[in-house]
Design a protein around this ligand. Structure first.
Ligand SMILES: Cc1cc2nc3c(=O)[nH]c(=O)nc-3n(C[C@H](O)[C@H](O)[C@H](O)COP(=O)(O)OP(=O)(O)OC[C@H]3O[C@@H](n4cnc5c(N)ncnc54)[C@H](O)[C@@H]3O)c2cc1C
Length: 453
């Protein structure tokens, strides 16, 4: 006899959604998580929501319903009533080392929206509670092993003695650096690609000169060291931002960079009257995505199987599709194999196309690639010819390319810069990492024309 039909280890968006769907289908389901509260986001999460556009093989329709928002995942075929308002973002600002401002404006359709990660989790958690899912919080899964007909997991609650729990199918939705994946040998062929730490300040009453839009800030002059800071507008008013770092070197550099930016840089006056709402951090361990996200009676959902961020919507869709797969398996069908087909062909684009990862990262690394002085000059040129359009594809895979093409078209642009930009536009993940490594070592002697072949 098994205690539950299904146990989900990890109750982020993927685990919560899977629990809801399985409970609705009549299975006994338990969700376990180390966290104290499941309706609250603890880790850094900027709140970007790439909806109303094709992204990651999905198109999410955004329909405000009073104080809530109905999000329809038109391809995966489900809806989620997000219990809050999302915020349209019509502008994206990039700021160079010397303080030059590059602005993209989309007049008609928002470039994207932002959402509150805590509200997203709350929406899912409240629905799961209403459906009757059993939850164990402050409980860590330590180990998992196959037993005849199902799985046995070892858990520890509040540091007490270890206990065993059993289920017919196990959902590993324990996020990046999944312990269940490690324990079951799923990372053997997945070399660690990067360890990226970040620090996030969530602040209110921040006074920027920008009415709306996210702000990306580059450079030593602004951060006290090379790197990038992004400020993402919150959903509760014009002065609320989530401010996140991406800098090289030891993790502590992220703290130094955000401290410098908010207290000592030329932008410190934006924060003079600011109120700290909360501080967050994260360490993103990136492995190539799993090609076969299941083994025996276990399926891996969301970030546990992804290369980097499946993002809140991607993890939620993975939870929905994963639940259908588990239900089929419990009915004697090959649900996991069908899920694998979806995961590899219809889920996250970067799961099956490494180049997408490079496109994603280009935005953060403009400055390292182009050099601070060239960026300053380019942004100076762009101030006279800003990019203002009716609609702009703000998906992370397309943003950098569109900005590069706009910069290349600026009147008066130097031929060398055009070529350097072309190199950045065409760079594969492999070339990109190679050049960035050279630049980090201070080697600027790079033939960008060779990178375009
Ligand atoms: C810095 C940063 C910025 C981001 N910005 C955005 C953004 O702007 N928009 C967006 O949509 N997404 C963003 N994301 C990505 C998003 O947070 C993830 O992709 C998403 O949360 C993945 O959901 P998940 O359910 O797969 O995993 P997670 O949300 O990571 O949930 C995993 C859960 O498992 C629990 N857990 C882990 N190990 C165990 C264990 N051994 N036992 C019990 N419980 C365990 C954890 O406590 C956690 O609750 C960001 C992520 C980071 C790090």
């Amino acid at each position: 006899m098994f205690e539950y039909d299904v146990i989900a280890v990890g109750c982020g968006p993927a685990g919560l959604m899977a629990c809801i769907e399985l409970k609705k289908r009549g299975f006994s389901v338990a969700g376990i998580d180390i966290k104290v509260r499941l309706d609250k986001n603890y880790r850094a999460a900027a709140g970007f929501l790439f909806d109303e556009q094709d992204f990651n093989n999905e198109y999410i329709r955004n329909e405000p319903r009073g104080d809530t928002t109905l999000l329809t995942f038109t391809k995966a075929g489900f809806t989620f009533l997000y219990p809050g308002k999302t915020r349209p973002v019509h502008q994206s600002h990039l700021i160079s080392n010397s303080g030059r401002i590059y602005t993209v404006t989309a007049r008609n359709k928002p470039i994207m929206h932002t959402m509150d990660p805590t509200l997203w989790l709350k929406g899912l958690y409240d629905e799961a509670r209403r459906a009757g899912v059993v939850f164990r919080t402050r409980t860590m899964a330590i180990n998992a092993r196959e037993i005849p007909g199902g799985m046995e997991i070892e858990v520890r609650q509040d540091g007490r003695k270890k206990e065993k729990m059993t289920c017919r199918k196990l959902i590993a939705a324990d996020g990046l650096s999944s312990r269940i994946a490690k324990r079951l040998g799923m990372n053997r062929d997945r070399p660690l690609m990067d360890n990226a730490p970040t620090v996030e300040y969530h602040m209110d009453n921040v006074q920027t000169p920008f009415a709306e839009g996210d702000i990306g800030i580059f450079g030593k002059e602004n951060l006290g060291m090379d790197g990038y800071i992004v400020m993402v507008p919150g959903v509760n008013g014009e002065k609320e931002y989530r401010i996140e770092t991406a800098v090289h070197g030891p993790a502590l550099n992220n703290y130094y960079a955000i401290d410098y930016f908010t207290r000592k840089s030329r932008f410190a006056h934006w924060f003079e009257n600011a109120r700290m709402l909360s501080k967050h951090a994260a360490l993103m361990q990136m492995f190539p995505a799993m090609k076969v996200p299941y083994t025996g009676n276990v399926i891996f959902l969301g970030d546990a199987a992804a290369m980097a961020e499946s993002l809140y919507p991607g993890a939620t869709a993975s939870g929905y599709m994963g639940a259908a797969a588990v239900a089929k398996e419990l009915g004697g069908e090959k649900g996991f194999a069908q899920y694998t087909e979806w995961w590899n062909n219809s889920a996250l684009e970067m799961t099956n196309d490494l180049q997408k990862m490079a496109e994603y990262a280009k935005r953060f690394l403009f400055n390292s690639w182009m050099g601070a002085e060239v960026m300053d000059r380019l942004f100076e040129l762009a101030e006279k010819n800003p990019l203002t359009v009716d609609e702009f594809n703000g998906s992370p895979y397309d943003f950098a390319r569109s900005v590069i093409e706009h910069l290349q078209s600026l009147p008066g642009i130097h031929r060398d810069w055009q070529q350097q930009l072309e190199g950045l536009k065409q760079a594969s993940l492999h070339e990109f990492i190679g050049v960035i490594e050279k630049l980090k070592e201070g080697n600027r002697d790079i033939d960008y024309s060779k990178l375009q072949s």
